[in-house]
Design a protein around this ligand. Structure first.
Ligand SMILES: Cc1cc2nc3c(=O)[nH]c(=O)nc-3n(C[C@H](O)[C@H](O)[C@H](O)COP(=O)(O)O)c2cc1C
Length: 198
């Protein structure tokens, strides 16, 4: 499958918080919708993808699931020369899913030591959509302060806390709820049955 210049482009960061199935489903859904998906994974994110979702080795093929793997571009997590590290790469938004408290803190303090952090900082400075699907419980006051700072800078804080009003039967239903909401925030169409009253 080939990309066209009008394909939506979304950046997905995967950091080392619990919730690897959310990352894989989000990437799969984006690719199934014909989105050009650029992925950056932190070192701990790579470990969690393997331990929680059997995604090893991490590759475009293992990330794409049932979607066409040519839709997925996996960047080296330490390559600060990757295109997503530059504001000149025009994309339609970024999500970090799951987002660890460590990555949240790095972003709140403006640190860009990894490609994932740099791509997110660039997304913010360029005024593009940045969704942070954070996972930790309970939240420390530092986490809450970091969320406040990032929300003030324009990020969307979207904790991984699925609703139950669609009466889920399976874990996949819960994962789809959050993945669908993430696609909503990124303005990517989908037809998952997650709407209130549907
Ligand atoms: C099995 C495992 C589960 C973890 N789960 C979480 C979590 O849910 N939330 C979190 O903030 N950190 C979690 N951590 C800790 C982070 O991985 C750690 O803070 C790491 O430095 C994050 O690095 P990164 O932000 O560059 O991915 C977990 C670590 C391991 C090994």
């Amino acid at each position: 499958m080939s990309w066209t210049s009008d394909s939506q482009k979304i950046v997905v960061g995967v950091s080392g918080a619990s919730g690897a199935p959310y990352a894989l489903r989000t990437i799969e859904l984006l690719a199934l919708q014909g989105v050009e998906v650029h992925v950056a994974v932190s070192d701990l994110g790579r470990r969690l993808l393997g331990e929680e979702a059997g995604c090893a080795p991490v590759s475009a093929e293992s990330l794409a699931g049932a979607a066409d793997p040519t839709r997925v571009v996996l960047h080296s997590g330490r390559d600060m020369g990757a295109i997503i590290a530059s504001g000149s790469f025009k994309h339609d938004g970024m999500v970090i899913v799951p987002c660890s408290s460590n990555t949240l803190g790095a972003l709140a303090s403006g640190m860009t030591n990894t490609l994932l952090q740099r791509a997110a900082a660039v997304t913010l400075k360029e005024g593009r959509t940045l969704v942070l699907a954070h996972r930790e419980s309970p939240l420390s006051r530092i986490d809450i302060g970091n969320m406040d700072r990032l929300a003030g800078a324009g990020a969307i804080i979207a904790p991984l806390s699925p609703g139950f009003y669609m009466q889920p039967n399976t874990i996949d239903d819960l994962v789809d709820f959050m993945a669908g909401r993430i696609l909503d925030h990124l303005s990517v169409a989908h037809d998952l049955p997650i709407r209130w009253g549907s």
